[in-house]
Design a protein around this ligand. Structure first.
Ligand SMILES: Nc1ncnc2c1ncn2[C@@H]1O[C@H](COP(=O)(O)OP(=O)(O)O)[C@@H](O)[C@H]1O
Ligand SMILES: [Mg+2]
Length: 373
């Protein structure tokens, strides 16, 4: 298997002017790290579709981009390639395939240790991109404050009932996950009965196609036991029924808002008769200037992001070149008008993103890459 993969000449990646190398020398060598292996026609079409615009924009800016596959089994080959780069943009999410991050993180740390700019760096993912961020920033204006951690299945069983007031739901999230895996809406099945020490719960996982189920707390805590392995834990925040604005996703380059996504999310909605939710509508993308989101943009740039950086101790240039923050917007309020609640931050593998983000992402990458030359 080749260590790198060229995009087809007729794909979107070839739309830019030259090979991106001006006067013989590229201004930066930038690796786009994707989940290998490469090779098949189908795979090449996927790469074209996914990364063609990034490659084209990097070339337009004078950089020399290279698609580099990553697999745990071939980590050494990837390490060799990446050592020769000025910057690495990582679009690999090993968690998605049920693997851990250990192999990838070791490669990225080693490369970053040699001075290569890595986005996103594993340390930054750890600080911002796990559900712990909801706990660490619960004193901030983007949180209702009522956020808790369970360190074991036993603690979950002991502490959850007091938070399940009649008629309310909580959302429990495993520390690392995506696609709704290990994100559960939990409520008392019978809001009128005395809950007692082992109440029957109504539960629904956010993973697509999940059924609404009823089970005793004890059984639910057992169902969650895997989430506590190693450094694992479960974060608990209130359920917020999304208002008409739904979920608003704020796309960021470093500390600047570079676009928005908006989606009517349904993952944790259930009807009174326990029917599972309808599928979500597709996300719509907007530039950072979209009028409806200017209050949120101002809050993010002037208050929340600087505060988050202080709380988490992350310097502006260490924020990834593309990341996003998801907000649940309550009924009757516009995004950024107060009441928005942080749902999660995505730091690794943010794709797709609004078109307006691309030139900013590339500019930021080259600034950081050139800093090392
Ligand atoms: N507090 C909440 N209130 C209502 N719905 C929520 C809440 N938290 C998560 N959800 C729903 O669950 C989905 C998955 O949760 P999220 O925190 O984004 O985890 P993941 O990492 O799996 O994407 C969200 O897209 C949203 O639809
Ligand atoms: Mg999510």
């Amino acid at each position: 298997m080749p260590a790198t993969c060229s995009l087809r000449r007729d794909g979107p990646a070839s739309e830019g002017p030259q090979r991106g190398v001006r006067s013989g020398m590229p201004i930066a060598r930038v690796a786009i790290l994707y989940p290998g292996p490469s090779g098949s026609e189908e795979r090449t079409a996927w790469l074209d579709h996914r990364f063609g615009p990034v490659v084209a924009e990097l070339r337009r800016a004078g950089a020399d981009p290279e698609l580099t596959p990553y697999r745990d089994e071939a980590a050494d080959a990837a390490l060799e390639r990446l050592r020769g780069m000025d910057a690495v943009l990582v679009w690999v999410n090993p968690i998605e395939d049920g693997r851990g991050r250990a192999g990838l993180d070791a490669v990225l740390r080693e490369v970053a240790g040699g001075g290569v700019f890595v986005s996103a760096h594993p340390d930054v993912i750890r600080k911002m991109g796990t559900k712990d961020v909801l706990v660490h920033t619960r004193g901030m204006g983007w949180s209702g404050g009522d956020v808790h951690t369970y360190g074991s299945a036993e603690q979950l069983r002991a502490d959850l009932p007091q938070r399940l007031a009649a008629g309310t739901s909580r959302v429990l999230k495993q520390l690392r996950g995506n696609g709704g895996h290990g994100v559960w809406r939990v409520a008392l099945a019978d809001a009128r009965a005395d809950p007692g020490p082992d109440p029957v719960l109504r539960v629904l996982e956010a993973r697509g196609g999940s059924p609404v189920q009823e089970m005793p707390l004890r059984a639910f805590a057992e169902r969650c036991r895997d989430y506590f392995v190693g450094e694992g834990r479960v974060i608990d925040q209130p359920f917020r029924a999304p208002g008409p604005a739904g979920m608003v996703r704020c796309y960021m380059t470093h500390a600047e808002v570079v676009g928005f996504g908006q989606q009517r999310v349904t993952a944790l909605l259930w009807s009174d008769d326990g029917q599972p939710p309808p599928p979500a509508e597709p996300r719509r993308y907007h530039p950072p200037t979209h009028p409806e989101f200017q209050a949120l943009r101002a809050r993010m740039e002037s208050a929340w992001i600087p505060e988050m950086q202080r709380v988490l101790d992350v310097a502006t240039e260490d924020l990834p070149v593309i990341w996003d923050a998801d907000f649940l917007c309550p009924p009757g309020r516009g995004p950024g008008d107060g009441g928005d609640v942080l749902c999660e931050i995505n730091v690794s593998c943010v794709h797709p993103f609004p078109d307006a983000a691309l030139p900013r992402l590339v500019r930021a990458t080259l600034r950081r890459a050139q800093g090392r030359r």
